[in-house]
Write a protein that binds this ligand. Structure first.
Ligand SMILES: [Zn+2]
Ligand SMILES: [Zn+2]
Length: 138
């Protein structure tokens, strides 16, 4: 995701309004590695700017996703999590606390995949389920 300043420019260039609420969301998203849902982002934003609407949060993350500034991650059919990290990466998800973290996997394109039947994969998203260090008590 580009810097909050660059996003202000990009939104204006696309004819979208840039309100203080949206600028707050740009900053929160740019600085997070927590993969928040829209609801979690709304809670964070409300702490800093009481009265910001969930609708504004949804609209902003939708616009950012359409502009390619955010990726969506759905784990186990739950609510979409939003990810400003556009690098090629994968995720760990803790069964205990639900924490989602970024991981990098080498040679994904060299995996031995059976059953493609002519399907041509052009990207992969791997989710490792397990227990985070905090939950494991290590
Ligand atoms: Zn955990
Ligand atoms: Zn991520």
């Amino acid at each position: 995701m580009r810097s909050p300043e660059a996003l202000v420019e990009a939104f204006r260039a696309n004819g979208l309004k840039v309100t203080p609420q949206r600028q707050l969301l740009f900053r929160l998203l740019h600085d997070t590695t927590a993969h928040p849902t829209a609801e979690a982002l709304h809670r964070d934003a409300s702490d800093r700017m009481p009265g910001i609407s969930l609708r504004t949060v949804y609209q902003t993350v939708t616009d950012l996703t359409e502009m390619g500034e955010l990726r969506q991650l759905v784990v186990d059919g739950g609510a979409a999590h939003f990810d400003p990290n556009l690098d090629d990466h994968h995720h760990t998800v803790c069964d205990g606390c639900g924490d989602i973290a970024d991981v990098y996997v080498d040679a994904v394109d060299q995996l031995a995949i059976d059953g493609l039947h002519g399907f041509t994969p052009d990207r992969a998203s791997i989710v490792f389920h397990g227990t985070c260090a905090t939950c494991a008590g290590t």
